[in-house]
Ligand binder design. Sequence first.
Ligand code: PLP
Length: 402
Amino acid sequence: MIDQQLVKWGRSGNIIREIAEYGAEQAKIVGEENVYNFTIGSPSIDPPACVFETMEKLRAEMPPARLHTYAPAPGFPEVREKVAAYLRESFGVPYRGQDVVITCGTSTCLAVLTRVLLSGGGRAMTFTPYFMDYKYYADAYGDGLTECPTDPYTFQLDLDAAEKALTSDTMMLIINSPNNPSGVVLRREGLEELAALLERKQKEYGHPIYIVADEPYRDLIYDGEEVVYLPSIYKNTIYCYSFSKSMSLPGERVGFMALPPELDDHDDILTASLAMIRAFGYICVSSMWQRVAVECLGATSDISIYKDNRDLLYDSLTEMGYICVHPDGAFYLFMKTPDPDAEAFCRRAMKENLLLVPGDSFGTQGYVRIAYCVSRDVIERSLPVFRALAEEYGIAPDGKGC
Ligand code: PLP
């Protein structure tokens, strides 16, 4: 008998992909230049030059049979050591090579860690708005996901809400900064207070509460804001990074997780994670791509292009009267909708071939996510549509009507 919950999840699909597919169909009818598709968080700019240089070098220097061989499940030892050295030098946490596992992006880290950390029962928790896959993992592998609200104006942490949301069932807390979908970077002050709260709760409940730091956007930061390195303020943090966004390599599926040596139950978590990697059946990360990515650690695509997009979009939309949270990182803008029913607003915008994702998909009502990892031209051509909608919904340039 097939678990009907799994069938239900499969059927529920992915709204982002559905809207994007609609966009692709519309493009065939009205022409690609007349569809303003802001749905997919897939990088629109080229990887940094060192990616291509390293590929060439590896091809020239390594016999193909060695380059394309199976990698060990946790990654090649020299690749793990390079990641550990990079993290030690960058953040001062004394990782060793054996503390690092090379993964298929942070998706694998999240799936594996949710399975492992909730294996004895319990719930995951995260802050709204949040990346929807967290809920799938927590529902599939544990007793579900607790959604903790943040400050409704800034999306910064609300410590009172966090204290209320934490229970003795909370085993892990997924934190994503810079955030998908808001682009908000969480401030040090709130995070340090949260760390102190978690220390207290661990003692009160008599078990560890792990932070899983989901940081595929760490290096997409535009005005020099600090992205706090969570393992340096809270010992029980597993750090998860991906090369998908910062190096524009989403399809190559490379990332890693790093467990601080002093993490509670370090060896059990590591060993169980490797068991899950086997059980999920992905065996290893691409042998060539893990070698390429690690040689380019610290490099990013030309993110000034995203910054220009952000400035154009944020300045234009706020000038029209839309209310948006200023995004300091990632490549998303979260905009309050003039219709409190964000899905209805998205449907209206869709008629004009303006494709947005309702915030309901991120656990937050009354907002849309605009992924601005698109060409500048798409943004420029979409602005008259945003302006016409603002007028239709009676939004004034001073933000009234939103
Ligand atoms: N976490 C967040 C917040 C994301 O936005 C994404 C992708 O969009 C992921 C994790 C997964 O990315 P990947 O598995 O490519 O690293």
